[in-house]
Design a binder for this molecule. Structure first.
Ligand code: GDP
Ligand code: ZN
Length: 458
């Protein structure tokens, strides 16, 4: 396979004192060596790091003092020779280093091209490559763990295991058809097929059940705080933001989007919707009924509906309840430090099944219970979620659904007495669909499209 040598800046932009220019490909060592004054990089051991000076080989002008890591194929991320030039002079100097590397003959890497090479060279499979992207975008520790596990091959193993079961079933059916030693071979083959495909079908269903949580971990639980003016919406938002600063763990070599309006409640990333509106206008309730606020509500996965304990339930409150009645809602009865005017019986009637939490934000009471309530809604009673494998990727979810449908067709077909070779087609199709998740059976344009969504330098 003919490959060139690629290069890009692969550290967080504008972050930290050290920046890395990474080269990958057959000429990586040679290009770096042309610019490096220190040890002969072509002679050094693999996986070693060297101090020296970087010069412009045309003029011998000094550019930077650098540390250079040399990693020879195949034990590298891309399975190609990799050189990483660590510069400490900030963005201006790192750009200058990149320019020089390109002048030696390297090509500027496309977004995701390092990861794409890792995939094409068999170092990682497609779902693992996608996990690299998730890792870059992860907003909480828990989301990061999900991505790390996927990168580790957890999902891949699950999927490959299911594919193996389907393959064995297909093989067994072949054998039965080719060597019918018993009279009731047809019935046996049918039974075997039904049992095995049902099993795989259930497994897929189980994996799909994690998709809702996976999506939330990836994108955040869209959360809207609603309520009449003055009930305490801003206060609520402030205490959520103050107590649960979004996590900004840096992973070396990754770029992160600016973290904005995310709060981390017991591992659940809340994406606060339209918080600017709450801060500035104070009149969200007036906007209820207005098209825009409907949209805000539609976008939300969770509604925090705030009421005033020191006030009677008003028509506006009831309208709010109506607007959100079929959504996930937590009702927050705030200002419990005030004398009670709220009719609790009436409230219970209006609130229906939605959980109620009492708070006095001014006295900082009730936040713990609210957080508990939020985490309950998210984890839906799962106790140990730390070890779960989630599917979080839309593409994976779609493929799993298609695979599940294909298996359902197969089972229905068998039960309706469809000939076995038609059933085999459905089962084979399922095997292929699952293969697309890990990248065994995908086409080139899809691969290009997937990797183009990556950040530069990955
Ligand atoms: P918003 O209009 O819904 O955003 O309400 P704010 O958060 O701006 O609060 C309105 C007023 O109620 C402010 O003066 C707050 O200090 C006050 N407030 C908020 N929470 C409480 C509470 O628990 N008890 C009392 N007594 N006052 C509160
Ligand atoms: Zn306010």
């Amino acid at each position: 396979m003919e490959t060139d040598t690629i290069s890009a800046i692969s550290t967080p932009l504008g972050e930290g004192a050290i920046a890395i220019v990474r080269l990958s490909g057959p000429e990586a060592l040679e290009y770096a060596n042309q610019m490096f004054r220190g040890k002969d990089l072509l002679e050094v051991d693999t996986h070693t790091i060297h101090y020296g000076k970087l010069v412009d080989p045309e003029t011998d002008e000094l550019v930077e003092e650098v540390m250079v890591s040399v990693m020879r194929a195949p034990k590298t991320f891309t399975r190609e020779d990799i050189v990483e030039i660590n510069c400490h002079g900030g963005m201006v100097s790192v750009n200058r280093v990149l320019e020089l590397v390109l002048a030696q003959g390297a090509r500027l890497a496309e977004p995701g091209e390092f990861t794409k090479r890792a995939f094409l060279n068999g170092r990682i499979d497609l779902s693992q490559a996608e996990a690299v992207m998730d890792l870059i975008r992860a907003k909480t520790d828990r989301a990061m763990n999900v991505a790390l596990k996927q990168m580790d091959g957890r999902l891949s193993n699950l999927i490959q295991n299911l594919r193996q079961q389907l393959l064995e079933t297909l093989a067994q059916v072949e054998v039965n058809i080719d060597y019918p030693e018993y009279d009731d071979v047809e019935e046996m083959t049918n039974e075997l097929m039904i049992e095995n495909t049902k099993h795989v079908h259930d497994e897929i269903e189980r994996i799909l059940q994690t998709a809702k949580q996976g999506k939330i971990l990836r994108e955040g639980l869209g959360t809207a705080i609603v309520g009449r003016p003055n009930v305490g919406k801003s206060s609520l938002m402030n205490s959520l933001v103050h107590e649960n600063k979004a996590i900004v763990t840096e992973i070396p070599g990754t770029t992160r989007d600016v973290i904005e309006e995310y709060v981390n409640v017991r591992g659940v990333p809340l994406r606060l919707i339209d918080t600017a509106g709450i801060r500035e206008t104070e009149d969200l309730v007036e906007k209820i009924g207005v098209e825009r606020s409907r949209q805000v509500l539609q976008e939300a996965d969770l509604i925090l509906l705030v009421l005033n304990y020191g006030d009677e339930l008003t028509e506006e409150d009831k309208k709010l309840f109506e607007a959100v009645h079929d959504m996930d809602v937590i009702v927050i009865v705030n200002k419990t430090d005030l004398p009670q005017k709220l009719d609790l019986e009436e409230l219970n009637r209006v609130a229906g099944d939605h959980p109620l939490v009492n708070t006095s934000l001014i006295e900082e009471k009730g936040i713990d219970q609210l957080e508990e309530s939020i985490s309950d809604i998210f984890f839906e009673g799962d106790i140990d979620t730390g070890d779960m494998t989630y599917v979080s990727n839309v593409r994976h979810v779609q493929l799993l659904k298609q695979a599940k449908d294909a298996l359902k067709d197969a089972t229905n077909g068998m039960e309706a007495g469809m000939p076995i070779d038609l059933v085999q087609i459905d089962v084979t199709r399922t095997w292929e669909l699952l293969g697309e998740i890990v990248g065994d059976t995908v086409n080139e344009s899809l691969i290009d499209q997937l990797f183009s969504q990556f950040c530069l330098g990955k």
